[in-house]
Ligand binder design. Structure first.
Ligand code: C2E
Ligand code: CA
Ligand code: CA
Length: 269
């Protein structure tokens, strides 16, 4: 690659973010925010997705789209991923969120984490430490590219499933999603990407895709989540094709722990 001003700047920016991540880990400034997920069947919030944030020294939040790619390319995603997992376990143990109707929390796993031989053992160890039953956690995974990596990923998934943890296939319909992935991956939930949810309302053909995916998923005994629902119109429109869960800014943005507890206590009352 040619060294020019652009990639020198890029290099310094990457290093800066890498340093931010390292410091946040040391100073315990990695936070889990929670986005409530609505069950169309039970008509209340039964789950939530944990989303990672880094609290900077000046109090502002670093968004994951900025630091996750750097964390993945530097290996820092491993301690970061474990930290968020631990935070969620602690929250499940210490709060009354389950009494408020939340059945489980969804936690994102990076494919880089899934390729580590000891991932399953490490996560199970954390759950034991916090005495968290497997049914309280659901892990979100995305497509993995190469065959080699897929074998390792499947091995980890299989160990975690043997322990009782269920999985979601995240970002379905984003980019070049492979339909076979829905068939091959041992998941119990498929999450329709926001792009697909949005297309559903603007491109007539996309409606057929979502309706067919819903039919296929239900035929396989899978549940469907629509992501990125932002308006009342979208909500009313998307409930029809047999969507089981809805997540989006219409209900709530990802919230810090205390606000999330308040939100669920009020809405599920
Ligand atoms: P994701 O897993 O697809 O998470 C959903 C993202 O969509 C979140 O962005 C959420 O705030 C956003 N979102 C939800 N509803 C709406 C909506 O109605 N409208 C719009 N415009 N956006 C909505 P966030 O929190 O910025 O996270 C971005 C991505 O960063 C995540 O996408 C995920 O890929 C990654 N990420 C976040 N937390 C973690 C983590 O703990 N571990 C790993 N490996 N990746 C994470
Ligand atoms: Ca996700
Ligand atoms: Ca997603």
């Amino acid at each position: 690659m040619e060294i020019n001003e652009y990639n020198i700047q890029d290099y310094f920016k990457q290093n800066e973010i890498k340093q931010d991540i390292t410091n946040a880990l040391i100073e315990d400034r990695v936070e889990a925010f929670f986005q409530p997920i609505y069950s169309t069947k039970k008509k209340k919030f039964t789950t939530a997705e944990a989303l990672m944030r880094i609290r900077q020294e000046n109090g502002t939040l670093l968004p994951p789209n900025l630091f996750i790619p750097v964390a993945e390319s530097t290996g820092l995603i491993m301690p970061l991923g474990e930290r968020i997992f631990e935070k969620v376990c602690r929250f499940l143990k210490e709060s009354n969120i389950r009494e408020l109707g939340i059945e489980y929390i969804e936690i994102n796993l990076s494919i880089v984490q899934c390729e580590q031989d000891d991932l399953a053992e490490r996560l199970i160890q954390i759950m034991k430490q916090y005495e968290i039953p497997a049914s309280w956690i659901n892990l979100e995974i995305t497509e993995s590219a190469t065959y080699n990596s897929k074998r390792k990923v499947l091995k980890n998934i299989s160990k975690l499933r043997d322990h009782g943890i269920e999985f979601s296939l995240d970002d379905f319909g984003k980019g070049q999603s492979n339909l076979m992935y829905m068939v091959e991956m041992p998941v119990s939930i498929v999450k329709l990407d926001m792009d697909l949810s949005k297309a559903y309302f603007s491109i007539p053909k996309a409606k057929n895709v979502v309706d067919s995916v819903a039919e296929m998923a239900h035929g396989m005994g899978l549940k469907l989540v629509a992501e990125g629902i932002e308006t009342k119109e979208e909500l009313d429109g998307i409930i029809e094709p047999g969507i089981d869960y809805i997540q989006g800014f219409y209900f709530s943005k990802p919230l810090p722990e205390a606000e999330f507890l308040e939100f669920i206590a009020e809405k599920n009352a």
